[in-house]
Write a protein that binds this ligand. Structure first.
Ligand code: FEO
Length: 404
């Protein structure tokens, strides 16, 4: 059966949920599922804004057919050509062969790269500043390249002041009835997932997100309709999300605190991390997040590294280099252009030292503005009681830096 919701009397959410998918992009765990949002505008002309992943197309098509109730679909607006949103375009064109596909040149280049159906007759490229007039609703298109692919646009409906924001302001997590952010205890239920979504999916493109935020600041926005997660419709929620996006896209920590990420084969490096964590706590440090890189998916660790001001990375030597769980984490973090943090580093080795050198090299050569704090330590196999002063000293330096 159809499952749709009003956003205004003429604009509807026609999205779908995926609670079965294990990994988003076959990489990122989805313990709370994910929604693929799509919107239908039922005006003098009719328009759908983006489609959904091909796996969910049945529900999506049911929703469109129900609302159109025999009317034709005039426009399908393609703000983003990633398959989680463009996966059902062909189904829409099959159902409504005269539909105009609204996109830019790159949109249609990507469409032809992904799909084989010839829909050239349906393409409509809007000129700069051209408005798509549907009747009461009027759509203006704003390019948002690299948020999160190069062809991305966002669409602004100027009568109701609604921003269809593509991936921006999205979050992991299915829509469980409560479509609007103000109906959810967002900070407890979804904020961590929103951060994990942003930092891992869009995190690399901070300057481009900044550019979109600047363009958005020139618009009066009453509602944000993203492609994933809840619709944002109160001024407080809009301000909150823009504040968070400003922090995340400038790589500014939200809070003072430390993420301790360790790799450990037999518990000895974990013991070092534990000893330092307890000393930090005794020194009054409150926000201490600790992760075993072999156990926790990197996306969670990365999200917290964006959130907090400091990092401690600790890992043993492996194959004369760096323990691979830690190497993967650091390489992934570097690929996201992560920067501007204070980092303490502890290596461990038994007969040949490789971990410390590799971690130091990656931090110094693959990131911008990462300050290594305290003495970098290279422990031999396990920490001994007579080395406590060294650990005390490192914990003091980190604590002072966090509290500064
Ligand atoms: Fe939700 Fe970039 O796709």
């Amino acid at each position: 059966m159809h499952c749709v919701r009003n956003i205004t009397d003429k604009i509807f959410w026609i999205g779908v949920n995926d609670r079965r998918l294990e990994l988003f992009e076959n990489m990122f765990p989805l313990p709370k599922g994910v929604s693929y949002n799509s919107y239908l505008i039922l005006d003098e002309k009719t328009a759908v804004v983006d489609t959904v992943d091909a796996t969910q197309r049945k529900q999506f098509v049911d929703n469109i057919k129900y609302l159109l109730n025999g009317r034709q679909l005039d426009y399908l607006i393609i703000n983003h050509m990633e398959p989680d949103h463009c996966g059902s375009i062909e189904s829409v064109v099959e159902l409504y062969p005269n539909v105009k596909l609204i996109g830019n040149r790159t949109t249609f280049t990507f469409f032809e790269q992904f799909y084989t159906s010839d829909n050239k007759a349906n393409y409509q490229i809007l000129g700069k500043d051209e408005v798509l007039d549907l009747g009461e609703n009027k759509l203006h298109f704003v390019p948002a390249p690299m948020v999160h692919w190069p062809e991305v646009t966002v669409a602004y409906e100027s009568t109701n002041k609604i921003l269809f924001s593509a991936d921006a302001f999205g979050t992991f997590g299915s829509i469980n009835g409560n479509l609007f952010m103000d109906e959810i205890d967002f900070d407890h239920e979804l904020l961590d997932e929103a951060r994990r979504y942003y930092t891992n999916i869009v995190g690399k493109f901070g300057p481009q997100v900044q550019s979109l935020l600047k363009k958005a600041s020139e618009l009066e926005i009453k509602t944000i309709c993203p492609l994933h997660g809840p619709v944002i419709r109160t001024s407080d929620d809009i301000a909150k999300m823009i504040h968070l996006y400003n922090k995340w896209s400038t790589y500014t920590p939200e809070e003072k605190g430390i993420v301790i990420a360790f790799g450990s084969m037999y518990g000895n490096t974990e013991n070092i991390a534990d000893c330092i964590a307890h000393k930090l706590a005794i020194n009054g440090v409150k926000n201490i997040k600790m992760y075993d890189v072999s156990k926790t998916h990197a996306s969670y660790i990365i999200a917290d590294m964006f959130k907090y001001s400091h990092m401690l990375i600790a890992a043993p030597t492996y194959n004369l280099g760096l323990y691979h769980g830690m190497e993967c984490l650091l390489r992934e973090l570097a690929a996201l252009n992560f920067k501007d943090r204070k980092v303490a580093i502890v290596g461990n080795h038994t007969w040949a030292s490789g971990a410390l050198k590799t971690m130091k090299n990656i931090i110094e050569n693959n990131f911008k503005n990462m300050e290594i704090i305290g003495e970098t330590l290279d422990i031999k196999s396990s920490l001994k009681a007579n080395q406590e002063a060294v650990i005390d000293e490192l914990a003091q330096v980190i604590s002072k830096s966090i509290k500064a």
